[in-house]
Design a protein around this ligand. Structure first.
Ligand SMILES: [Zn+2]
Ligand SMILES: [Zn+2]
Length: 242
C-alpha cells in the first residue's frame, strides 16, 4: 500500500531525471535537448564566439563604431565575401573536433554542425543565403586514410537543417598536400597552389564548408578556383576559427 502511494511520486521523479538527452560535450542530461546529438545551452554559451568579429575573416575585433572589417582585411581584402565560425578553437571544441575527425566520433561533428546551422540562420536574417554548399574536399588518398570527409558531413548536416543543397565532387582536390600543421603561412600557400579543381559551372552565390579555418590558405585557394567558374559571392562557414 505504501508503495502504491509512492509509486506516482517515484515515476514522476524518474521521468524528470530521464527526460531529454545527454549533451555530447558535458554529458549532462537536459530536458531541452530533443536529440541525442546535441549540445546543451550551458555548453553552447561557453563555446560560441561572442563579441565583434571581422565580417570577412572572422577574427575578434575591438571596434564597436560600425567598422565591420579588421585592418588586415581592409588593406588586403580576401577573395571570399564573409566568414562565419561558430566556436572558439579551445577546449572542449578542439578536442571534440579531433575526436570527430580522427576517432570517427561523427555525432560530435553533427552536434557542432547543428549549432553552426542555428548561428547561420540567426546571422543571415534578411541577407541572401547561398544557393549551394560545397565542402572543402580531401584528396582521394587522404579520404581513403580517414574513411570520410569531415567537411562533407558538416555540409550535409547544415543542408538538412537549413534546406540548401550540398554538392560533392564539383570541387575536387587534385594535389595531396602534406599536413599543414606547424607550417608558416607562406609555406602553406605554396603547398596549396593549384591544389583544387572545379569540374563544372557553379551558381552565383555559394558557401564553402570547412571544419577549422586556421590561416585561411585553404579556403583562399579554393575560393580563387570557384571564382573562375561562375561563382561571384563566396561565403565560408566553419565550425571554428583558430
Ligand atoms: Zn553540455
Ligand atoms: Zn578580417
Amino acid at each position: 500500500m505504501v508503495y502504491k502511494r509512492f509509486y506516482p511520486v517515484l515515476l514522476d521523479a524518474a521521468n524528470r531525471i530521464l527526460a531529454g538527452h545527454s549533451c555530447v560535450l558535458c554529458g549532462l542530461r537536459a530536458e531541452s535537448l530533443t536529440s541525442p546529438k546535441a549540445i546543451c545551452q550551458v555548453c553552447l554559451a561557453a563555446i560560441q564566439l561572442s563579441g565583434n568579429c571581422c565580417y570577412q575573416c572572422g577574427i575578434s575585433i575591438k571596434s564597436t563604431d560600425g567598422q565591420q572589417k579588421c585592418g588586415e582585411c581592409l588593406h588586403h581584402p580576401k577573395p571570399y565575401h564573409r566568414l562565419i565560425a561558430s566556436c572558439h578553437y579551445d577546449f572542449p571544441v578542439n578536442q571534440a573536433i579531433s575526436r570527430f575527425k580522427f576517432d570517427q566520433q561523427l555525432h560530435l561533428g553533427k552536434a557542432l554542425a547543428k549549432a553552426l546551422s542555428q548561428l547561420i540562420l540567426d546571422t543571415y536574417q534578411d541577407d541572401e543565403l547561398p544557393q549551394l554548399l560545397i565542402p572543402i574536399p580531401l584528396h582521394r588518398k587522404r579520404l581513403a586514410e580517414r574513411g570520410f570527409n569531415q567537411s562533407q558531413l558538416i555540409a550535409k548536416t547544415i543542408s538538412h537543417n537549413i534546406l540548401i543543397p550540398t554538392v560533392v565532387n564539383q570541387l575536387i582536390r587534385v594535389k595531396n598536400t602534406p599536413h599543414q600543421i606547424g607550417l608558416k603561412a607562406t609555406q602553406r600557400k605554396q603547398n596549396l597552389k593549384n591544389a583544387f579543381k572545379v569540374k563544372s559551372q557553379l551558381p552565383r552565390h555559394i558557401a564553402l564548408i570547412d571544419d577549422v579555418v586556421t590561416t585561411g590558405s585553404t579556403i583562399t585557394e579554393a575560393t580563387k578556383q570557384c571564382l573562375k567558374h561562375g561563382a561571384e559571392t563566396i561565403d565560408i562557414w566553419c565550425l571554428a576559427k583558430t
